[in-house]
Design a protein around this ligand. Structure first.
Ligand code: ATP
Ligand code: MG
Ligand code: MG
Ligand code: MG
Length: 476
């Protein structure tokens, strides 16, 4: 079943059940805690918080999502994309646990001839929050699930909140057992690769005080209106229904792998390391295009830095596959062709999108050719001296003089079998920051003349930006 059909069925299923279909929000919403929209509920937050009355009691959406914390998983797990589409259904004080479970179960296991996905009910497992006996009872009654396929999990996994006082509630997640060839028996609490999470149902029922129930304290009350927030991973369902091995091989992502095969002359599926690179390319090309499509340009901090890192990782991975010519324009075209039936603005705005992406590639290619030689020398020297750690001073010099981002140095060092003295690197960065502060006035003047300082900006890619790890907390 193609991705567009999976999406179509989701929307139809919930429209038939009285939900208003709401278009995806942009990836960029003004929210101080969020770099990118990372869940379907984000655009509905005011309704959940009760700040604004919901204009409809039930809604459904297919939301564009970017999850930067998953970047290091890409290509290595079967299931983590930096860009994916989250299909969701939402109830604002309308139906609650029973409705959420009934709606999800009937779509997941419903006959393909009648609009369902046709998953074998015998292979479905679910998790519930450890004290949520009500959810267990409903899963038994509605789905006829035996006790051993309903697993209890603690608050770290199965309790949702926003990390601040406000609504919260237990979750229940739906998993599909891919079979014993993919891992150990025992359900999702044992193995999340064999048992693939496809859908998360959040039962928003509690009012939370200062401390999270995750840390053991009970909620301070019950919400006057209980809400439902769910998220189903479209690419994960596609991965299962298309009989492929991971989300990167699904119909809308795989074409970029094919393009990279063409450029490199290598075949996907013949070498484990190369396969990871192919998957990184396909994933990042898609997220890169989608992020530029929503108006972000590469830069040194925040969203711009995330975008820069994604695009540069594509270039790096392509080089490791033996590709030396510029490729981002060609990859972007493939993404446009796959995604524009759903997001037509990618086609109408393509000239701009492509120009932004190609310019970043050009800048990075010149950075790379200068820095790589220095890096190789540093590696040789370290090895010749019998060391296994690249000195922090070298990493800093690469960053400071040649514009090598530290994550790139880390990645390349690890490929060369070396670690990096990160403490020393951090120390030097700290000293530089202090100097920069003292020199703030000069810097200000410098940044005004963008033509002169363009190269400086370009080569000092985002090294001061730590929010990458800290800002992009997941919505659930
Ligand atoms: P996982 O445990 O596999 O990382 P999650 O629990 O973080 O997933 P949720 O926050 O519950 O995911 O998001 C709802 C749904 O979105 C998941 O059930 C999954 O189907 C999908 N999803 C989450 N993260 C990704 C991702 N990085 N790539 C593709 N789909 C995802
Ligand atoms: Mg996750
Ligand atoms: Mg999970
Ligand atoms: Mg989940």
């Amino acid at each position: 079943m193609q991705t567009h059909e999976i999406v179509r069925r989701f929307t139809a299923h919930f429209e038939n059940a009285g939900h208003t279909s709401v278009p995806s929000a942009s990836l960029i919403l003004e929210d101080p805690n969020l770099l990118f929209v990372n869940a379907g509920m984000v655009q509905f937050k005011p309704y959940f918080l009760g700040d604004v009355p919901a204009p409809y009691p039930r809604a459904t959406s297919i939301q564009k999502c970017v999850r930067t914390p998953d970047i290091d998983e890409v290509g290595k797990t079967t299931r983590h994309a930096t860009f994916f589409q989250m299909a969701g259904n939402f109830s604002f004080g309308d139906y609650f646990k029973r409705g959420a479970i009934e709606h999800a179960w009937s779509l997941v296991t419903g006959s393909p001839d009648e609009g369902g996905y046709g998953f074998d009910p015998e292979r479905i497992w679910v998790t519930v929050f450890e004290t949520d006996d009500e959810a267990i009872e409903l899963w038994r009654e509605i789905a006829g699930l035996p006790e051993e396929r309903i697993q209890r999990r603690d608050g770290e996994d199965n309790y949702w909140d926003m990390g601040v006082p406000g609504p919260g509630g237990p979750c229940s997640e739906i998993y599909y057992d891919r079979g014993p060839e993919f891992g150990a028996d025992g359900g999702p609490v044992v193995d999340e690769d064999r048992y693939l999470e496809i859908w998360n149902l959040v039962f928003m029922q509690d009012e939370r005080g200062e401390l999270s129930p995750k840390k053991g304290n009970p909620p301070i009350g019950t919400l006057p209106h209980k809400n439902i927030d769910t998220g189903m991973g479209v690419e994960r369902v596609a991965f299962l229904l298309q009989g492929v091995d991971n989300v990167y091989e699904t119909d809308l992502v795989r074409p970029v792998i094919a393009k990279a095969e063409e450029f490199s002359g290598k075949r996907y599926g013949s070498n484990t390391e190369d396969d990871i690179r192919f998957r990184v390319i396909a994933d990042h090309a898609r997220s890169g295009v989608m992020i530029v499509g929503d108006g972000v340009t590469p830069g040194n901090e925040g969203r711009g830095y995330v975008l820069r890192r994604l695009l540069r990782r594509i270039v790096r991975s392509a080089r490791l596959l033996g590709i030396t010519e510029p490729v981002l324009g060609a990859f972007a075209e493939v993404v446009r062709d796959a995604m524009s039936p759903t997001y037509p603005e990618l086609a109408s705005d393509f000239e701009r999108i492509s120009a932004v992406i190609r310019a970043e590639e050009e800048t990075f290619l010149s950075t790379l050719s200068a820095g790589s030689r220095i890096f190789e020398t540093a590696v040789e020297e370290t090895k010749r001296a019998g060391g296994s750690t690249l000195p922090g001073d070298q990493a800093f010099a690469l960053h400071d003089t040649y514009g090598f981002p530290i994550d790139l140095t880390l990645e390349m060092a690890s490929e060369a079998g070396l670690s990096v003295d990160r403490d020393r690197f951090a120390e030097l960065m700290g000293e530089q920051r202090t100097r920069a502060k003292a020199d703030a006035a000069t810097r200000k003047v410098g940044f005004v003349d963008a033509s002169v300082y363009r190269a400086v900006l370009d080569t000092h890619g985002g090294t001061d930006f730590l929010g990458y790890q800290t800002l992009s907390s997941e919505a659930r």
